[in-house]
Design a binder for this molecule. Structure first.
Ligand SMILES: Cc1cc2nc3c(=O)[nH]c(=O)nc-3n(C[C@H](O)[C@H](O)[C@H](O)COP(=O)(O)OP(=O)(O)OC[C@H]3O[C@@H](n4cnc5c(N)ncnc54)[C@H](O)[C@@H]3O)c2cc1C
Length: 230
């Protein structure tokens, strides 16, 4: 079935780290999606229009708006447009797209979400949507980023942990020493990996490496869901 095209109106743009923004679009209530999915923006710089996919950060239960968490890459086509975007501007997008969704019917009780950088976006949607709905399942987020100033949604993660006994998270930094873990996300993967659903999202190398590591530890391919940003 062809994807439907929607128009969103920019209702908020917030810098949350030196190079990441949260973009909020007001959208029609006809747009429905599942936590974890993405949409394809059609972005124009005035001379040409190009598609760019972005995971939905907000949960489906948040009605009337969609939020996105976007890294601004210097010189990037979309990034340069987002740097100048203003409230009220219209953005055309198609969606929802993708099979990176929470496996509601899984028999596994444990769910381990592994992400780096803005790959945390679909994880936040999955967590916000499902922590309360599935109190008997265990959720853990492993989030990796470069330095302390690049940490995303730390306040929200603390709040989720306080509100939901079935949630915990770990943050690791790859380029700065701090009071928490350092190094790659793979180092924080629990020893006991069986009977667990894994969700992995981020740049290509991290996703491929993490999936190979899990398969090597005996995790079934069907228990690993991935979303690659390149
Ligand atoms: C399914 C899917 C979902 C995605 N969801 C998100 C999301 O939620 N948030 C988000 O920020 N991005 C997301 N992306 C990536 C996004 O679509 C763009 O690729 C990214 O925003 C860069 O686009 P650009 O036009 O600014 O840069 P381009 O003009 O396409 O690229 C410019 C240069 O920057 C490099 N580059 C691109 N991305 C990065 C990066 N992250 N770090 C360092 N260098 C980079 C490219 O290799 C290239 O050399 C997603 C990608 C996919 C496939």
């Amino acid at each position: 079935m062809p994807l439907v095209e929607y128009i969103g109106s920019v209702s908020k743009v917030e810098s949350i780290t030196p190079n990441v923004i949260v973009l909020e679009l007001k959208v029609s209530s006809e747009f429905k999606f599942e936590a974890g999915q993405f949409v394809n923006f059609k972005l124009s710089d005035g001379t040409k229009a190009l598609p760019r996919p972005y995971s939905i950060l907000s949960a489906p239960s948040k009605k009337g708006v969609l939020e996105f968490c976007i890294k601004l890459v210097d010189g990037g086509f979309a990034s340069e447009i987002f740097k100048k975007i203003i409230i009220g501007e219209k953005i055309t997008f198609k969606g929802p797209i993708g099979g990176f969704k929470f496996a509601k019917d899984s028999l596994n009780i444990r769910h381990c979400l592994i992400s780096t950088g803005t790959g945390i976006a679909p994880m936040m949607s999955i967590l916000n949507e499902n922590l309360g709905k599935f109190p008997d399942r265990q959720f853990e987020l492993i989030f990796g980023t470069k330095t302390k100033k690049d940490i995303l949604f730390e306040g929200e993660l603390k709040k989720l942990k306080k509100e939901h006994k079935n949630f915990d998270y770990k943050i690791t930094l790859s380029r700065e020493d701090w009071e928490g873990p350092t190094g790659r996300v793979q180092q924080l993967i629990p020893d006991d990996v069986l009977n667990t659903d894994f969700y992995i999202c981020g740049l290509k190398e991290m996703v491929i490496h993490t999936k190979e590591l899990l398969l090597g530890k005996g995790v079934k391919g069907a228990d690993i869901k991935v979303e690659r940003y390149t």
